[in-house]
Design a protein around this ligand. Structure first.
Ligand code: IVH
Length: 700
């Protein structure tokens, strides 16, 4: 949508604005230019996935615009990038009539269904071959958005298809939906666009990880997460979910007086192109146009293989007659358009029976109920047990032993129970009684106010001891290969392992001759244990299994200290000064480091030779290169590459491994070679000599 010249001139303005950071006296035109620059970078980031500036630089520009606008509020425009940021809570979501009812699509499951669909369309139209446009069927929440005179004026959920909920403020949190778009350039005065709101798999996993850490039940799939997010009353909460949207259909438009029908709206494929050109994320890159149904079928089959590789969930493909004139001619039945059909991929849902509930005790003492199921295959995986999270979840879903249950395994998400099939209950189902005492050590269970989880608070509880060790050796923690759940349990039962320091004092002689422990596997285990001693501090911090301390928090904490025991001297207030650490996390960390036996354990670990110092402490994130990316290439006159990288990191920079648009600075020595050539082609990479670099970091 941006020409090469335009990109270059916007990039020039970007640099000029970055320099003007302190200035707030701007002319109206200049402010609009800054907005255009910000919109351009949003498009690069959210739609093209190929940013030209760092997040830090974007934030600088955004804050500059905020500053200018607060100095001159009369100059704020409704489509200014700052206007996505919401003020206050949404009171309610009033009903919103769709301009054209939102129909659903008829489904097909195999090639015969598609051949049938094509035959009917050909018969009705009298054509011998029909041109189709095929695109993914996004699995999220459907929305409709209206633009009037180029401005986004309303966003609504599907509702019953005729009337949905008005959720404009929440929809504005979706960066892949522009707040304004130049429809007027095509003569369009008003337009209603359909699309799907999604959470990508990575953000969904991050979100679920966070709510599990907080003791709540995770969401079953990204679809529920996306659809549910649109109805949250606090738009800042909505913004945190990182929603995305694909737009794939124009349901209505009106033209300015005397304007002709734009050619772009005469085929579906061109409509997707038009939306893309105007800054929307349409399936422009995923769509394909075919003459005849045979190639359509091939594309659908081919795409099912791609399904798991995509960053977001799709549950099929949508096949649409490409000509809009022909679409109108074919019209619709009372339920579905005759010009489009969904081709559904293999279901990831199945029904089975809930046979029993078992209870597991985790490393923090949380007692988790696990539903045992009649084994059932979903998407190539057999599922026989599923976590049902906590007592509230069981009550809310009204689960009973003996129930038939609908289960789902969405992409990479762990399987979940969607619901019990209450209509086919026989009356023989029994209630699930949550235990009052720990199923392992029999101590009384406790539940804190406002928590959903029952806990065993006996920290010597064998289940907790074992789970803490399992967590410690796990892949994302100390990554001690060859240890694994089974060995931790086995060694514990054999009395060879009682606590975390014990991992490093294992008596390997006692393993010799035991089943599964040949000389080679013992040696491998020994090496893996030894190697884990040099794991970076943030991994050790995460491995300790402190409540609410996930991998990200562990990194934040590690960055703030020189030595692990420095955390012993941090007050609750100190901890809360750190990024994204609130009272709950701070409280938990404080509690952990106030406990004498924990400190004793850490001292033992240090004696054993574990890495309690922060090797990377020199890399302060608020150094003067914070947010900047560097790459060093060629032989430099005085510095070794590793030294130069360490110096850049010590100033907050991030080192990249290759030249891309994400790179800010390439520092070149002699014989720089291909990296330099590549960087020259990307006009945003600044090329420095060693001397320039030393000046930037104040060493010259
Ligand atoms: S076209 C009148 N295209 O699937 C036809 N729908 O039952 C308008 N969906 O409610 C829909 N991806 O929420 C269309 N590429 C796509 C789609 C898509 C997902 C959803 C949409 C609709 C449902 C169909």
């Amino acid at each position: 949508m941006y020409s090469k010249d335009k990109i270059q001139s916007l990039q020039k303005s970007t640099n000029a604005f970055i320099k003007k950071e302190q200035d707030t006296s701007f002319e109206k035109e200049e402010i609009e230019q800054l907005r255009e620059v910000l919109r351009f970078h949003e498009n690069r980031y959210y739609i093209l996935n190929d940013p030209l500036i760092s997040d830090f630089e974007y934030d600088q520009l955004f804050k500059l615009l905020q500053k200018i606008e607060s100095a001159q509020p009369t100059l704020i425009t409704p489509d200014s990038p700052t206007q996505r940021v919401a003020k206050g809570l949404t009171k309610d979501f009033p009903p919103a009539q769709h301009l054209v009812p939102m129909l659903s699509l008829d489904n097909s499951y195999n090639s015969d269904d598609l051949i049938d669909f094509d035959r009917k369309a050909r018969e009705l139209s009298g054509l011998s071959k029909i041109e189709y446009c095929v695109e993914p069927k996004f699995d999220g929440g459907s929305i409709s958005v209206i633009y009037e005179n180029d401005l986004l004026v309303r966003g609504a959920t599907r509702g019953d298809g005729v009337e949905g909920d008005e959720v404009t403020q929440n929809i504005k949190q979706i960066h892949s939906l522009p707040l304004s778009a130049k429809f007027s350039a095509y003569g369009i005065q008003q337009i209603e666009i359909r699309g799907e709101v999604l959470i990508n798999k990575k953000n969904f996993a991050k979100y679920n990880e966070q709510i599990i850490e907080e003791g709540y039940a995770p969401l079953a799939n990204p679809r529920n997460a996306a659809a549910g997010s649109l109805r949250i009353k606090d738009p800042t909460e909505v913004a945190k979910r990182n929603l995305e949207a694909f737009t794939y259909h124009v349901s209505y438009f009106s033209l300015y007086k005397d304007k002709p029908l734009p050619e772009q709206l005469t085929t579906h494929s061109n409509t997707l192109q038009l939306l893309w050109d105007l800054g929307f994320r349409s399936p422009e890159k995923e769509k394909k146009v075919f003459k005849g149904i045979e190639d359509v079928i091939q594309y659908c089959i081919h795409f099912e293989v791609e399904r798991d590789r995509l960053p977001y969930e799709i549950d099929g493909m949508v096949i649409k007659v490409n000509s809009i004139e022909l679409q109108d001619k074919l019209g619709m039945t009372s339920h579905h358009p005759r010009w489009a059909i969904a081709y559904k991929f293999k279901a990831r849902q199945a029904t089975t029976k809930l046979i029993a509930v078992e209870y597991q005790v985790g490393r923090t003492g949380a007692v988790t109920p696990v539903a045992k199921l009649d084994p059932v295959a979903i998407g190539g995986v057999t599922v026989s047990s599923i976590s049902i999270h906590n007592e509230d979840y069981i009550i809310e879903k009204d689960l009973r032993i003996g129930d038939a249950v609908l289960i789902e395994r969405a992409g990479d998400v762990i399987p979940q129970i969607v619901k019990p099939l209450t209509d086919i209950r026989t009356g023989k189902e029994t209630n699930i009684e949550f235990p009052k005492e720990c199923p392992v050590c029999k101590s009384k269970l406790f539940k804190e106010a406002e928590e959903a989880v029952w806990r065993c608070i006996n920290i010597e509880c064998p289940a907790q001891v074992v789970e803490r060790m399992i967590h410690f050796v796990s892949k994302d923690a100390m990554d001690i290969r060859g240890f694994g759940d089974a060995n931790v349990r086995k060694f514990y039962e054999l009395g060879l392992l009682n606590d975390i320091p014990g991992i490093y004092n294992l008596d390997f002689n006692k393993l010799i001759g035991r089943e599964g422990f040949g000389q080679k596997s013992i040696e491998n285990l020994q090496v893996a244990i030894e190697q884990s001693k040099t794991q970076p501090l943030h991994r050790l911090l995460y491995a300790l299994g402190i409540r609410f301390v996930g991998e990200t928090t562990a990194k934040t904490l590690a960055r703030s200290i020189h030595h692990l025991l420095d955390l012993k001297n941090k007050s609750l207030e100190d901890l809360q000064l750190l990024e994204d650490i609130g009272p709950k996390v701070a409280g938990s960390v404080f509690h952990f480091f106030s406990n004498v036996s924990n400190i004793d354990m850490l001292q033992q670990l240090e004696k054993i030779g574990l890495q309690l110092y922060n090797a990377k402490k020199e890399s302060v994130s608020d150094g003067n290169l914070s947010g900047q990316t560097f790459l060093f290439t060629g032989t430099m006159p005085t510095l070794k590459r590793s030294e130069a990288e360490a110096m850049a990191e010590a100033n907050g920079a991030q080192i990249l491994t290759g030249v891309s648009t994400k790179l800010n600075y390439l520092v070149v020595g002699e014989n720089a070679g291909s990296k330099l050539e590549k960087a020259k082609k990307i006009n945003t990479v600044k090329i420095l000599t060693e001397d320039d670099f030393l000046k930037i970091i104040g060493k010259k």
